[in-house]
Structure formats: structure tokens, C-alpha cells
Design a binder for this molecule. Structure first.
Ligand SMILES: [Zn+2]
Length: 247
């Protein structure tokens, strides 16, 4: 199936200033209609930024251009927002789900642990300050997953209801219920590891990656080496990556 690679939130580091990243969202053409993986920043954040967005406008450099919102990216590809029937979330930090209200009729697929971390009003780890309740104030229909009772290569896997094939891959640590998403394409597999790795970044020290992204980055790098035929990406990819457009 075709996977459109969308940059839905440019957020560049102030230091090191050469570290420039977009926010990778996928628009996947499945047999069940269009599926969006993560949303980036939503339109409302551009006119009425949540406190976390305001903080990131100070600590990072962002163009803050609403043309990057997933709903506008979808329109730029010639689709209507209501064509997006399903949204899969790797996790629910602000930059991954702020755009949910722009697709109010889409079903939202997320791991149960992540949904509970977002909704239980408890801060068990500092990353949970990045949960912004208003992004689900429109009460979307959630589809929750918990049993990883299959395998995808050597990873535990949860089958998602989209053909020709898609799995949630639990990669907890960056957040309580964070999952990667493996997608079957016409010529193999595409693996979006979300914020569990920085697999194309060889400049940031490993201890810092572990601190911010959790424990899976080394395993993801080993997996990439063992399986060069699989395209492995993470959420915050470099600007050049997005110029490719689709996979
Ligand atoms: Zn995150």
C-alpha cells in the first residue's frame, strides 16, 4: 500500500543548531480507507497554543506554519479530511496527537496503557506533562489494544485491523504505552518506531537518547543492521527525508 510521508511539525533544536527535525506522520492507503499515523500539531494550536506548545516555541525554533498541520497536508494531497477514517497514535504526547480535533469522525487506535496514562490524571513520570487533555475534548471513539499475542520478527506484536497488514509493536519507555507501527507495503515492510529511537542520528550521545527516548534505540539499530531490507524510521526525521514524499 502507498504510504505518504508527511512532515506535520517542524521543530528544530536551538542547540546543536544544526539538528533540524520534522515530525513524521504517515498517511496510509489501506483496504479500509485512509489511515493517519500520528497527527503532529493541530490547527487550534496555531491560533490558541497549549502551554506545552508555547514552551516549545521558546526552547526550540519552529516555523509555526499551519500549512504543516496534518489536515492541511491531507488536503494538499487532494483528499478530504473526512476521508481519514482511522488515526493510529504511537503515543499521546502533545506533538503526536494535537491534530485529533481536526479529524473529529476518525476512530483513534492507541495502546490501552497509553490511553490510561493520558487520562488517569496522575503524573508517574516527567514525560506525562506532555499530555494535553483538550486534544480529546471532542470525545473521539477510541479503539484500545493490550494483548501482544503475535510476533513480528523478534518483536512482540499486536495485529491492527488494516489490510494488507499492520502491527502495533510495544516499545514502552519513552511513554507508558508507546508503540511503533509496522506496515506491510508492496515490496516489504515499513517500520515507524515513533519516539522510541533516533536511529538516523549518530551525533546525539547514547545516554541522552536513552534518557529522552527510552531503552529501545540500541535494539532498533541492531534490527536495522540485521534487516536492511526493512525501512526503519522514527518520528523526528531530518528535513531531507520528507522531500521524498511517499514510500
Ligand atoms: Zn514523545
Amino acid at each position: 500500500m502507498t504510504i505518504h510521508l508527511l512532515n506535520c511539525f517542524t521543530c528544530n533544536a536551538r542547540w546543536p543548531s544544526k539538528l533540524k527535525t520534522g515530525m513524521l506522520c504517515l498517511l496510509v492507503e489501506t483496504n479500509q480507507g485512509l489511515v493517519l499515523v500520528d497527527t503532529g500539531l493541530g490547527l487550534d494550536d496555531y491560533t490558541n497554543p497549549a502551554w506545552m506548545t508555547q514552551l516549545f516555541r521558546i526552547i526550540t525554533v519552529m516555523p509555526f506554519n499551519p500549512n504543516e498541520a496534518a489536515v492541511n497536508r491531507v488536503k494538499q494531497l487532494g483528499y478530504k479530511p473526512e476521508d481519514v477514517k482511522h488515526i493510529i497514535l504511537t503515543h499521546m504526547h502533545f506533538d503526536h496527537c494535537s491534530g485529533l480535533p481536526d479529524f473529529p469522525h476518525a476512530k483513534v487506535h492507541v495502546h490501552r496503557r497509553e490511553y490510561e496514562a493520558f487520562t488517569d490524571n496522575k503524573i508517574l513520570h516527567w514525560d506525562e506533562y506532555a499530555y494535553i487533555p483538550r486534544y480529546i475534548a471532542h470525545r473521539p471513539e477510541f479503539v484500545l489494544y493490550d494483548n501482544a499475542n503475535e510476533k513480528w520478527y523478534d518483536f512482540d506484536a499486536i495485529r491492527l485491523p488494516f489490510e494488507p497488514g499492520m502491527y502495533f509493536i510495544p516499545l514502552y519507555g519513552h511513554s507508558r504505552g508507546h508503540c511503533g507501527v509496522a506496515i506491510k507495503t508492496s515490496d516489504g515492510w515499513f517500520f515507524h518506531a515513533g519516539d522510541a529511537g533516533a536511529v538516523h542520528n549518530d551525533e546525539t550521545p547514547a545516554w541522552m537518547i536513552k534518557l529522552v527516548l527510552g531503552p529501545y534505540d540500541p535494539r532498533l539499530r541492531e534490527f536495522m543492521k540485521a534487516h536492511p531490507e526493512i525501512k526503519v524510521v522514527n518520528s523526528h526525521m531530518f528535513p531531507e527525508f520528507f522531500s521524498k514524499g511517499s514510500n
